[in-house]
Design a protein around this ligand. Structure first.
Ligand code: ATP
Length: 683
């Protein structure tokens, strides 16, 4: 196996399972010298390293060899900072079963979204995040990676996790050792004692409560006003007219004051169209480019309604009955949405609460019972809480799916279906359902019909699934074995500017982050195998600039709104155009400009050339001649850029929609379709 042949490594059925480090008394104080030497060896002689990993009987990893800190005398590793990277490679619990489970179950769905346009069903992505979700029984939900202090290496605990506990990924569903799919979350299982896995005890620190922090925001960029020139298409019956100013929304004074304190003076296009639609009580599917203000587009009208209609008192009660449930696919994103909800509801009687996996279940419950009008949740934790009867659903008037295409795909779709069919949940006719994303593949739009009233409206700002034009995209031809060198070169040129580096696998994220730290580039990492505490610390360090480089898997691709991210580097290209669009959308937000550099390996990425050319040209970017040549040589008859997971047509997939208006975002020039035909029903 080659140096960076991570994918092959990750799916090997006999590969070791990771066993978490969860007991401080297991730290080894003596191992680190030894382990760091091994790390260096692994970096300089990857073949040897991999040989070791693949030979379970050798035992190097079985005893929890770690690597990380030695040699970084001046960097954060020795300061107990979470920027440190350790891997306790484990072999002790290796089993055929764990390997096969890792590849089984729901993780396998990801191939169905198609490759980067042309399909690569066994995408690397699938093997990474997909396996997170597959629920193998390898006992651990994280690799033994953690930043620790004083140069101590973590000693991994062997044995305890294997075969029990269930592995839980982003959706937090557990697939048990029997392979049976359980709606109990890992946390719940632990707390109820039906697993021997480690109890999740993490309680996230409360966000700052002072007004300045609540309303802290970054400036809109020089291209903010250009949003007005983007074409907007609204389809469906009886489209309410767009509003051009916040005043036209007729919001209550407190909301207006919060909007002003948040620094919002002008509506973005998706807000101009979505706010009146939601205020008008309509269901909505909205698609607008990354970083263009979709969160406020749903929060503001929902809050306005709640203020108008009144909410059940947000006070202590054993059973809370929220009026609004917002679901998003990742913990960090839902936390961010919660902060936005808290900001806009500041000084009102509306109380927003956030709950997500990787944190103590009891903590989530305590947050809820104190009062909950808007519940922001990740799907797994939400289902747990519903199962525990800590919330009743009878009062639900709004369901919001952010990153809706992600929430409805085969990963989260079943959970969302379960949510809407929970006892007590008002039918779609009796609630408002809102879906937002920057991408909306056709087949997902069809699925969405089950959740939405048949007369829902579809708002498309610009091109559905198109990349943000404020991001300057560059594709570089870089072979697999030159990627690290190129990355260092680029990062050295960039200096301290905040940069997100996306890789395809969790393991590789650790590896590259460690490597960059060795190169004395302050780096941290975020991926699904890191403990929640570490994920939050990593994001915090990145946000505040302490670690200007964040190496991430696709767990950080969607929704994250981090000030001043000037660069995104795709060390590995993702397997779908949608993913590409979301990743590069971490920069160039809210009218600011950004840069995205993607490494294109002609040995493995040629099938991506054609869709990439399309994304680039649609976003009016320069297309390198070499890329066009490859795209041409890979020509697939009939390819139109519209394949599964790769929708580049600005359409509502209800082909026979009745009303359709094309306007620019300033709200001028409308061409309302005069002869509506029957809505196609998706029920
Ligand atoms: N009208 C506005 N005026 C000023 N700033 C705004 C406005 N609307 C949104 N913003 C800010 O723009 C940033 C991006 O908004 P948001 O995160 O809602 O984008 P998004 O469309 O949901 O992006 P993504 O597709 O990546 O999830 C946030 O910092 C938000 O506070």
């Amino acid at each position: 196996m080659g140096d960076e042949d991570w994918e092959a490594e990750i799916i090997k059925p006999h590969m070791s399972s990771y066993v978490p480090v969860f007991e401080k008394d297991r730290y080894s104080s003596g191992a680190h010298g030894d382990t760091f030497n091994r790390t260096l060896a692994s970096l300089s002689d990857p073949g040897e390293s991999n040989k070791r990993e693949n030979t379970s009987t050798m035992g190097d990893f079985g005893v929890g060899r770690s690597f990380g800190n030695r040699g970084f005398s001046n960097n954060k590793f020795e300061e107990g900072d979470s920027c440190g990277f350790w891997r306790g490679y484990q072999d002790g619990n290796d089993s055929e079963a764990s390997g096969s489970f890792r590849r089984s179950g729901r993780g396998s769905y990801r191939g169905c979204r198609g490759g980067f346009g042309l399909g690569s069903p066994n995408s690397k992505y699938e093997q990474d995040e997909g396996t997170q979700r597959s629920g193998g029984i390898f006992g651990s939900r994280r690799s033994a990676l953690s930043g620790v202090g004083k140069g101590d290496a973590y000693q991994s605990r062997s044995g305890s996790g294997s075969g029990r506990g269930g592995y839980k990924g982003l959706n937090e569903e557990v697939i048990t050792a029997s392979g049976k799919n359980s709606w109990k979350s890992e946390a719940e299982r632990r707390e109820s004692g039906d697993t021997q896995g480690p109890k999740v005890t993490y309680i996230p620190p409360p966000p700052p409560e002072d007004e300045d922090s609540i309303f802290a925001h970054y400036q809109t960029g020089i291209n903010f006003d250009k949003y007005d020139t983007i074409l907007v298409e609204v389809s469906g019956h009886d489209v309410p007219p767009a509003i051009l100013t916040f005043e036209e929304a007729n919001l209550c004074q407190t909301l207006n004051s919060n909007i002003a304190k948040a620094g919002y003076t002008k509506l973005t296009p998706v807000q101009k169209y979505s706010i009146p639609i939601v205020l008008g009580g309509r269901d909505l599917m909205a698609c607008a480019q990354t970083g263009s203000g979709k969160t406020a587009a749903f929060l503001l009208p929902i809050l306005a309604h709640m203020m108008r209609d009144g909410v059940t008192a947000s006070r202590f009660k054993e059973l809370q009955e929220p009026e609004c449930i917002i679901v998003a696919p990742t913990r960090e994103l839902i936390s961010q949405i919660y902060l936005e909800a808290r900001k806009f509801s500041f000084g009102t009687c509306v109380r927003a609460v956030v709950i997500y996996g990787g944190t103590q279940l009891g903590h989530s419950i305590r947050q809820i019972v104190q009062g909950c009008n808007i519940l922001c949740a990740t799907p797994g934790r939400l289902m747990d809480i519903i199962g525990k009867e800590k919330i009743g659903l009878r009062q639900v008037k709004y369901i919001v799916l952010d990153e809706a295409d992600r929430m409805l795909d085969m990963g989260f779709g079943p959970e969302m279906k379960k949510l809407i069919s929970c006892p007590g949940m008002p039918s779609k006719e009796q609630r408002q359902t809102l879906m937002f994303s920057a991408t909306f593949p056709e087949e997902i739009q069809r699925l969405a019909g089950e959740f939405l009233k048949s007369n829902y409206l579809f708002v498309a700002v610009g091109q559905v699934g198109g990349a943000c034009r404020d991001v300057q995209q560059t594709i570089l031809q870089v072979g697999q074995y030159s990627k690290r060198e190129k990355l260092v070169e680029i990062l050295r040129n960039i200096g301290d500017e905040r940069t997100m580096v996306f890789v395809e696998t969790k393991k590789k994220a650790d590896f590259i982050a460690t490597f960059l730290c060795q190169e004395k580039i302050s780096t941290t990492s975020i991926h699904g195998d890191r403990e929640q505490r570490e994920r939050e610390q990593a994001l915090g360090d990145f946000r505040c600039g302490k670690c200007p480089v964040l190496v991430a898997t696709s767990v950080a691709a969607r929704g994250l709104d981090i000030e001043n991210v000037q660069h995104v580097i795709n060390f590995d290209l993702p397997s779908t155009t949608d993913e590409y669009v979301h990743r590069i959308g971490r920069t160039g937000r809210c009218g600011n400009t950004g840069r995205a550099i993607s490494f294109f390996d002609t040995e493995s990425d040629n099938h991506l050339a054609q869709p990439l050319v399309k994304v680039l040209s649609d976003a009016q970017q320069d297309v390198p001649a070499w890329l066009e040549e490859i795209a041409f040589s890979m020509y697939v008859p009939g390819f139109s850029g519209s394949t599964r997971g790769n929708v580049f047509v600005s359409i509502d997939t209800r082909k026979n929609y009745q009303g359709k208006s094309s306007l620019n975002a300033a709200g001028f020039s409308s061409s309302q379709a005069p002869n509506p035909v029957d809505d196609e029903s998706w029920d």
